[in-house]
Design a protein around this ligand. Sequence first.
Ligand code: EPZ
Length: 417
Amino acid sequence: MGNEYFEIVGGNPLFGKTKVYSAKNAVLPMLAGAMLTSESVVIKDCPHISDVENMVKIRECLSLKTTWHGRDIVASGKVDNNHIPEHLAGVMRSSVFMLGPLLVETGKVKLHTPGGCKIGARPIDIHLDGLEKLGAKIRLLDDGVECSADRLHGAEIVLRYPSVGATENLISAAVKAKGKTTLIGVAREPEVVSLCDMLIGMGAKIQGAGTSVIKIQGVENLYGTTVTPVTDRIVAGTIMLAVALTGGKVRVEGCDIRHLGALVTKLVSKHFVVIDSVGGVTVESDGQIEPFDVFSGPYPKFPTDLQPIATAVLSQLRGESLVEEKVFENRFLYANELQKMGAEINVFKDKLLIRGRSLLGADVTATDLRGGAGLVVAGLKAKGVTKVSGVEHIDRGYENIEYLFSNLQAKIARKNV
Ligand code: EPZ
């Protein structure tokens, strides 16, 4: 596993058709929220990626039935209180999504300090502050946190920052709380809206999903449902950025361009056109787009998850550009790897100054999921051979990224050392 790498020969424009599946960042909170009913919740068209596989495993160690049927996941069962592992292994950030639902279903959760990418401290104070207002008792342990509650009650909660995970945890905790909850300053990401769609399908009473204020009327019980999550805008955006860099013409089935406004406005020009956007999107580029500046922020601003991939593109466009990362405090680790390919990038605290030029293939290492995806995209254009190791980071969020791009005529293969 650890000795695999992607070998990429740069220079091929991308041509052909591909498809995006349900968004990783919608499926993960859904696999947590599904436990709010013991009936079957069917989550459709899921990607076979390790973050989802891991969440399935976490559910199983909670004795929750979780089975794949093709790309659909059927989740059911009631948490068996005696099977909660001492600490939910913080193998990744998504374990924190269990906090709200587990608290509702078991009345007590010990959460190991969540793991995940090395892109920042990733505290959970906003989650805990909200749960406390809903009636939970919070005890900080040296290696995690313990939350306990009998029955949660409604509250008015103002989030100090529109945290995606905290928004999702608090919604999941409030849907069966006693009374009315108002969440103010919540995340507006499409994945949050998708989670609310699932919960409403289960019988929850939620208003305002996608806006900054969500109102929830607690109900006694929730029931089974079938949900098709929003498709993965970050995978789709990765493909669009790759086409902008290499040139070519690609159809991305299932992409909802309405969720990529901040990216599209940066790319669309005489060098990059959106040909059609019904049922997906077809984009065409001559690979000569002008450099642009990136200021990441909460939705609908430029997504932080596309910031590393945008930098990989900007580092190979003639001209200067500025990248500001306003969501995570340490999301430039990949820049050092791009510099091994010859990239001229000056890293300041939360800013990059990039002077674009042609890059040379090199041996580089993925530091995190999206940084790794950026290195793959950089290799699609760099002269010569690029070898990207640390593929396990990339496999967390992209299903066989090597097939994704080789099916579009890129020269890329997964190899063993
Ligand atoms: C979700 O992470 C996504 N992960 C991330 O995608 C995404 O980058 C992020 O939202 C922002 O859009 C999933 O949905 C599984 P946040 P999350 O809470 O919920 C700080 C990927 O590549 N913060 O919105 O962890 C936090 O430190 C991943 O798919 C607090 O300070 O993000 C960060 O600086 C990477 N206290 C900022 O807020 C808190 O209690 C945004 O974090 C919570 C967050």
